[in-house]
Design a protein around this ligand. Structure first.
Ligand code: C2E
Ligand code: CA
Ligand code: CA
Length: 544
């Protein structure tokens, strides 16, 4: 230091300046012994005058910047920013550490109160503090790809029940115990933080491989599972863990927290006491379907759902007998989304119920319009399992039918083969009631599932729709040809009508005619269209 300063300043002046600045200055040698420290640094670090060997190394020394806890002028705790750079002291390598009080700058910029770094219950770093610790780990990883770290999201599986049944005091005791366990299972350089409620975040520093990380995870889960003794009983607690392992991409602390959160959520969905390692591909899929689900919730109100209709045509005379209602979603940014992409999602989330009701109501009122125009058509509405299981389905159907005053015999339902062979009596009863209330019941996508023609006999159905996958292969494929022919013949002996789906060529139609198939649908005649685009076809149909 002495050699480098401006020759105009004496060492004495320099020291008095160093004592006046509002920055803590420390110089340590390679063995982390303090070689120089100003009073400000002693205050910040809570050291007494003679306290030269205090282990400040582990507290403040790091590569580059680090956030530390400091004692402030007024004795309260605050937040300090410590920076370390290499220097020389008495001709050997040393490190210069500067410490700045950043408590207030943080209070102003982030709106955080006082020493908002620690969780008051457990004394662990809180969420905000953990994010800065994570930021440093990311920075270190960026500089040195040999350095690795892992982040764990630990969530207790039944904490809410403990809190509700034993009270908050017991809940707090459990959280304290868990924080002890987490500290015990980690090393000195690792960080353990309380994120919120019963959620903890851990940074495992410098772990070499997945195996090592999983060993820590297993130990944590085992220790937490060890019964915790309370006054009157023992508590058994499981925990779910999401894991992120440092890897190539540019990433922010917030992103990592979101990733481990999702991984933890997926682990929990598999049952108690599981863990899951974050995977980018899976994450993207989860996010996509979450977004789609959000959009779908709004789709009805935003008027994005439309019902298209595809004509069902008599093979004998080419007249239009009816229409199948097929749902369309015009997404504000994605454009037309295929029902194949959102119907399964709607089923999983239960959204299929309001959406299905919408399709049914639209179809019934469209049918009423057609009847008023003199087109005596039928309409077929698709029903999924979830809809059929819903208790209010029948009441809704009855209400719409009576409100619309449409002839109910013209309303048909399409049910897939798999629901129809569902052994559940309740399901079969529902189908029967629908058939009593409305028109025909059609078995959709027939041939791809496990329904045998024999079991069709026991079902309350009127029509079989042969799946498109068979129609698309005739007449070329002999097996498909044989199957189509057999389905038609046997359905007829059972007194059922047959519709072929997905007819695209004259050849296919000719074949179906030869087998005496009753009706067909397909691009050959018309794709599904909005009702206003079907007027011309219907006018032609009237004249024929
Ligand atoms: P699905 O009931 O088997 O409907 C027939 C599908 O075949 C429709 O696809 C239709 O557009 C398509 N299609 C018709 N003719 C041809 C053709 O000649 N060639 C080809 N390649 N395809 C043809 P879409 O409209 O994409 O619907 C797919 C599935 O989504 C439907 O299969 C049905 O299972 C489901 N779905 C559609 N609307 C609803 C609805 O309102 N409720 C329920 N629960 N499911 C629906
Ligand atoms: Ca259908
Ligand atoms: Ca079908």
């Amino acid at each position: 230091m002495t050699e480098n300063h401006d020759p105009g300043i004496s060492p004495g002046d320099l020291y008095s300046i160093i004592e006046k600045v509002h920055i803590g200055i420390v110089i340590v040698n390679n063995d982390n012994e303090i070689k120089f420290i100003n009073n400000k640094a002693k205050l910040f670090l809570g050291l007494f005058s003679g306290d030269r060997n205090a282990d400040i190394g582990s507290r403040v020394i790091s590569d580059g910047e680090r956030e530390i806890e400091i004692t402030r002028e007024d004795g309260t705790l605050g937040r300090g920013e410590a920076k370390t750079v290499d220097t020389e002291w008495e001709n050997s390598k040393a490190r210069l550490i500067t410490i700045r009080d950043v408590t207030n700058s943080l209070t102003e910029s982030e709106g955080v109160r006082n020493s908002a770094l620690y969780d008051p219950l457990t004394g662990l770093p809180n969420r905000a503090y953990f994010l800065t610790i994570l930021e440093q780990a990311i920075a270190r990883y960026r500089r040195n790809k040999q350095y690795t770290f892992a982040v764990l999201f630990v969530d207790l599986d039944n904490f809410k029940r403990i809190n509700d049944s034993l009270g908050h005091e017991a809940g707090d005791k459990v959280l304290l115990k868990i924080s002890e366990i987490l500290k015990m299972c980690t090393r000195k350089n690792d960080a353990v933080a309380r994120f919120a409620g019963d959620e903890f975040l851990l940074l495992l520093d410098g772990l070499k491989d997945v195996y090592g990380i999983l060993k820590v995870v297993k130990r944590i889960q085992d220790e937490i599972r060890d019964p915790i003794k309370m006054k009157t009983r023992k508590l058994y607690i499981d925990s779910s863990v999401g894991i992120y392992i440092s890897s190539g991409e540019d990433i922010t602390p917030e992103e990592i927290v979101r990733y481990v959160d999702v991984a933890m959520y997926r682990a929990k969905s598999r049952g108690p006491g599981q863990y899951e390692i974050f995977d980018q591909v899976v994450f993207d899929q989860v996010m996509q379907s979450m977004k789609l689900e959000e959009d779908l919730k709004l789709a009805i109100d935003r008027n994005e759902l439309k019902v298209y209709y595809q004509p069902i045509v008599s093979i004998a005379d080419g007249s239009i007998k009816g229409m199948e209602a097929l749902l369309r979603w015009v997404h504000p940014t994605k454009g037309m989304v295929s029902p194949a992409d959102f119907i399964p999602l709607a089923e999983n989330t239960g959204l299929i119920v309001p959406i299905g009701n919408f399709v049914f109501e639209q179809s019934v009122y469209q049918l009423k319009k057609w009847h008023a125009q003199g087109h005596l058509l039928e309409v077929s509405v698709n029903l999924s399992v979830r809809q059929l299981e819903h208790d209010k389905l029948l009441n809704f159907v009855r209400k719409v039918v009576s409100d619309s005053e449409v002839s109910s015999g013209y309303i048909n339902f399409e049910i897939t083969e798999s629901i129809a062979i569902n052994e559940e009596v309740r399901c079969i009863e529902r189908i029967k009631e629908l058939r009593n209330t409305c028109g025909k019941i059609k078995i959709d996508d027939f041939g791809i599932g496990y329904a045998s023609l024999g079991c069709l006999q026991k079902l309350p159905i009127d029509v079989v729709k042969i799946d498109r996958s068979f129609i698309s292969k005739i007449p070329g494929d002999i097996n498909s040809l044989a199957i189509v022919k057999a389905i038609i013949a046997m359905a007829h002996t059972l007194g059922l009508k047959v519709v072929a789906e997905g007819v695209e060529t004259e050849e296919q139609l000719k074949c179906l005619r030869a087998f005496s198939c009753d009706e067909f649908q397909g691009y050959l005649f018309s794709p599904p269209k909005p009702p206003e685009d079907l007027e011309k076809l219907l006018e032609k149909n009237r004249k024929a």
